[in-house]
Design a protein around this ligand. Structure first.
Ligand code: DC
Length: 228
């Protein structure tokens, strides 16, 4: 059976990673969360006391960064200088900072090269902002996820609450708007809905509904391209 590349892009808090994880499980593919890689770089800088992104300083500030990804089951575990990073990547200050760090072309070039290496053999579901447009423009299945802003705010609120982080909804709304704006307007690989993407609006969908829809599209493509 052909092992395809599934690219899932879209706005923050539309359920990209959850959907990608579920699709990878259903197809027995590897899930790669490209956002976690940007978060890992942001976390490293934050730990070193950096609070403002100055693109010219980044090559020096990141000189000693050793970012390592290791396959664990269907997921990629992320290590920074030997330390496994999990929950710390999800903190609100890291979300904010990752959005700034990810706008720097020098950082993107490096992470994109890494993402291409990880996915080049197919059998992957990668989620992010530029996977179908830049990282794997030839991906067999490209999905663009969107949802109404109020629904995204509520989901992010619940997600943070489940992690024991309380942030008021107004702050979440403001931050999501800011991130959307930054993701869509940055000069290098902005978030863009390309004409060859399947649009998945998750406003009224459950998680299992989202996963089922992407798996259905994937299977149609896999069977259509597998000689019988
Ligand atoms: O998907 P996420 O929220 O974990 O992503 C964290 C940040 O990284 C987000 O602000 C957008 C950015 N990002 C990106 O620019 N390109 C990607 N392929 C993935 C994430």
């Amino acid at each position: 059976m052909r092992q395809i590349i599934i690219a899932i892009d879209g706005y923050a808090a539309t359920g990209k990673s959850t959907t990608a994880r579920g699709v990878a499980e259903a197809l027995n593919y590897l899930h790669i969360d490209s956002g976690a890689m940007y978060r890992a770089v942001a976390w490293y800088l934050w730990q070193r006391g950096v609070r403002t992104v100055q693109p010219d300083l980044l090559p020096t500030q990141l000189e000693d960064l050793a970012l390592h990804l290791e396959r664990q089951g269907r997921e990629m575990a992320i290590f920074v200088n030997g330390r496994l990073l999990q929950e710390e990547l999800r903190r609100p200050e890291i979300s904010r900072f990752a959005s700034e760090v990810s706008a720097v072309p020098w950082v993107r070039e490096r992470l994109i090269a890494e993402q291409r290496k990880l996915g080049c053999r197919g059998g992957i579901v990668m989620d992010g902002r530029d996977i179908g447009t830049v990282v794997f423009p030839n991906a067999e299945l490209k999905v663009f996820m969107q949802a109404e802003l109020s629904v995204r705010v509520e989901r992010r609120y619940q997600e943070l609450l489940a992690r024991g982080i309380v942030v008021d909804k107004k702050t979440i709304l403001h931050e999501l708007k800011e991130r959307d704006y930054r993701d869509e307007t940055r000069a290098t690989s902005p978030l863009r809905k390309a004409p060859d993407m399947y649009v998945l609006d998750t406003t009224h969908l459950t998680i299992s509904g989202q996963i089922a829809q992407v798996v259905k599209w994937a299977k149609e493509l896999i069977y259509a391209s597998t000689p019988s």
